[in-house]
Write a protein that binds this ligand. Sequence first.
Ligand SMILES: [Zn+2]
Length: 116
Amino acid sequence: MKDLQCDFCGDLHPIFSWECCDAVFEVYDYVTGKMHIHRSEGNWVACGKCHQFILCEDRTGLANRSAQEYLQISETSHKNLDLIFAMMFAYQTIFWNGKSGEYYPVIFDLDEGRGN
Ligand SMILES: [Zn+2]
């Protein structure tokens, strides 16, 4: 079984996979100070807590959680929560714009990848 991480906060136990269309987008990375091209392909997986934020359509709450977790687990010396929040919010816009509203338990997503 491959190791999955929550696409929002980095939690190691995502439980739901949200359908999302593929997209390419640019986000300003406050840590490196550069624009970065991100390619989003397929579903985004969410842990239980992030899943609740998504169900409530709480974009601010979700980005805030992501920023807090990011500051805890990353090695960065960049500790400006407001800037990290802005980066997470921008990054997650692609999810909010692309999601279909359908989600599944993560186990089904893993089954799809069998035979790789
Ligand atoms: Zn999460």
